[in-house]
Design a protein around this ligand. Structure first.
Ligand SMILES: Nc1ncnc2c1ncn2[C@@H]1O[C@H](COP(=O)(O)OP(=O)(O)OP(=O)(O)O)[C@@H](O)[C@H]1O
Ligand SMILES: [Mg+2]
Length: 273
């Protein structure tokens, strides 16, 4: 069962993350921790205080990762360096330590590449974890299926008694929804991305097969965990009604969160504390 108390405090954290996007918090407690999320569509930084409260969020539209590997190393390095510099200037703190995350299912050398990006951007103490574990450091789910659907992939982790017992990912995310919308309406990808964000209600019928493909990945990667609630992190499912489509396909409770694209970056930052 999902604890409503836990959900409320998670929602508050996410609202705070939204409020500190490029606007530093006025107060914080204890040392700050930094997380860098190198994504398929964005590179993001999250800075949290000793209580895990967000004090600074920022992002760059740099596609650092493709198919689970760092494919734009220099773009990722520049984005990370600029995110670091702006966070330091805004908060008046120099950062040398940070965590970053790798997609589930990547091998060790690819996960190390994520660390090298941070090193070349000026961090010298770097921690690594997988994206789904990072998401769950924010959500705090003891028993449940935690899903991170970003621009390019759907990562799925099964947690039992607070332990990660299964982890994998499949292609399929927000970029694929853009492709479906662009192809169906005969419009450029950029326009499809904008329409998806602003008028998803009008296009849910068109987007449904793409959402059901994500749901099918969740089903296939959480076999044997059908009794557990599903928790949705990542930007791709920040579409009104996406959670209902996925719940209907899976036939089990699905929980969505506000500002879900901040869930994983915030968890990465907590890992650095
Ligand atoms: N308000 C929104 N409504 C709908 N979709 C959104 C919204 N905001 C972001 N997205 C989508 O979320 C995706 C990016 O999400 P996120 O930042 O979690 O991905 P990422 O971390 O870059 O990718 P990945 O985790 O696959 O490497 C994009 O496809 C974008 O279109
Ligand atoms: Mg991501």
């Amino acid at each position: 069962m999902t604890d409503p108390q836990i959900n409320r405090s998670v929602e508050q954290r996410l609202e705070t993350a939204f409020a500190v996007y490029r606007t530093p918090a006025e107060h914080w407690t204890g040392p700050l921790s930094v997380g860098i999320d190198l994504g398929t569509s964005t590179c993001a930084i999250a800075v949290v205080d000793a209580q895990g409260v967000p004090v600074w969020m920022d992002s760059r539209g740099t596609a650092a990762i493709r198919d689970g590997v760092v494919f734009d190393y220099w773009g990722a390095r520049d984005a990370t360096a600029s995110l670091k510099e702006d966070a330091e200037a805004a908060l008046g703190v120099a950062f040398t330590r940070a965590a970053t995350a790798f997609p589930p299912g990547v091998d060790e050398s690819d996960s190390r590449a994520c660390g090298f990006v941070l090193e070349s951007a000026g961090f010298d103490d770097i921690l690594l974890l997988d994206e789904v574990s990072a998401a769950n450091l924010t959500l705090g789910i003891d028993n449940g299926v935690v899903v991170d659907v970003g621009g390019g992939s759907t990562g799925v982790g099964v947690f039992r008694d607070g332990r990660l017992v299964a982890l994998d990912d499949r292609p399929g995310g927000g970029h694929h929804l853009d492709l479906i919308l662009a192809g169906s309406l005969g419009i450029p990808l950029e326009q499809a991305e904008l329409l998806k964000r602003t008028h998803a209600d009008d296009y849910l019928g068109i987007l449904r097969p793409g959402l059901e493909r994500v749901a099918e990945s969740i089903r296939a990667l959480s076999l044997g965990a059908e009794k557990l609630d599903v928790h949705l992190a990542g930007g791709a499912l920040m579409i009104d009604g996406a959670d209902r489509v996925i719940a209907a396909y899976l036939g089990r409770p699905v929980r969505s969160y506000p500002h879900a694209l901040y869930i994983t970056p915030l968890g990465i930052a907590r890992h650095a504390s």
